[in-house]
Write a protein that binds this ligand. Structure first.
Ligand code: R5P
Length: 308
């Protein structure tokens, strides 16, 4: 088994390798003078089980292209099997044709990965579960919930209600509320533009409750901000957020600081930001991913890793 890292999040890849008692494989990643990606896998991978760790977070195009080229290099170097370890799978928001003349980028990326020569995918909290079905190769789709729920339990928050900031997040919020033995509420949201979100209504009891907004992703912070403001208006006491992938813009951090959200729990699926004083707890998913890699390599079940 060999673990390699692209340049997107080497710290996470190192944590995974440490869990597995390995050093990261040696790979040179450079740019040609015109910006093209130049990859050379230094160590031999002939006949080996190769795992390439690369979340396709910011800058998504660079990171995706680098991953595709690394897969191509490993395939041409006769790796026995290549697994793309994508703690964050970018381009997943566009997962259906809901307007005329729009792409399905989540499927396009799946096609590109397979065309490059990947044999399997290890991912975490896809934006939508159906992305698993965009691949005709094995996909192990992990959840960060076991890590985040454990932390929230340790916080021992009384009168807790788990809130989905939009109806699309209801299934995820339900899983959290179930495991935390908490109430459940959902915000009806309308997205006006990529950065403007309106929270219109809340279904569920939140008055005098402590609320945790759970989501797979936060980018501009618009969704969390609008939901938190509405929760405050409806009498919520403490408001927290738990988000798997904090793919934040600078504007998002300013928004979070202005919002009634007192703290955010997230994971190291993507590199950390400068939180500019906003209180954030970053939990590591390296062990979870490392254990999944070990089990994939040994042809063992990964089902128990879904247990909270
Ligand atoms: C929406 O379906 C997602 O689950 C997130 O709520 C959304 O992508 C967050 O984006 P933003 O932070 O830009 O509102």
């Amino acid at each position: 088994m060999r673990i390699f890292s692209g340049q997107a999040h080497r710290v996470l890849a190192e944590r995974i390798a440490t869990y597995l008692g390995q050093m990261l494989g040696d790979v040179k990643i450079e740019r040609f003078p015109d910006g093209e990606v130049c990859v050379k896998i230094v160590d031999s991978v002939r006949g080996q089980d190769v795992f390439i760790v690369q979340p396709t977070c910011f800058p998504p195009n660079e990171n995706l292209m680098e991953l595709l080229i690394m897969i191509d290099a490993a395939r041409r170097a006769s790796a026995a099997r290549i697994t793309a370890v994508m703690p964050f799978y970018g381009y997943a928001r566009q997962d259906r044709k809901d307007q005329p003349r729009v792409p399905i980028t989540a499927k396009l990326v799946a096609n590109l990965l397979v065309a490059a020569g990947v044999n399997r995918i290890l991912a975490m909290d896809f934006h939508a579960q159906q992305v698993v079905g965009f691949f005709d190769i094995p996909v192990d789709h992990l959840f960060a919930a076991p890590v985040i729920v454990k932390h929230l339990r340790e916080m021992k928050i009384p009168d807790l209600v788990v809130v989905a900031p939009d109806p699309g997040g209801l299934k995820m919020a339900y899983a959290y509320s179930n495991k935390l033995e908490a109430g459940l509420a959902v915000v009806a949201k309308q997205r006006r533009s990529a950065t403007e979100v309106e929270a219109m209504n809340i279904v569920g009891e939140v008055a005098n409750c402590n609320c945790v907004l759970v989501d797979d992703l936060c980018t501009t912070g618009g969704t969390l901000y609008a939901a938190a403001e509405l929760l405050k208006k409806r009498g919520a006491k403490r408001i927290l957020a738990a988000v798997t992938h904090a793919v934040l813009t600078d504007e998002a951090i300013l928004r979070l600081k202005k919002s009634p959200i007192e703290t955010m729990v997230t994971t190291d699926s993507v590199p950390p930001k400068d939180w500019q004083g906003f209180p954030v707890e970053v939990l590591s998913v390296a062990e979870l991913l490392g254990e999944a890699i070990l089990r994939i390599h040994n042809n063992q079940s990964v089902t128990s890793l879904f247990n909270i």
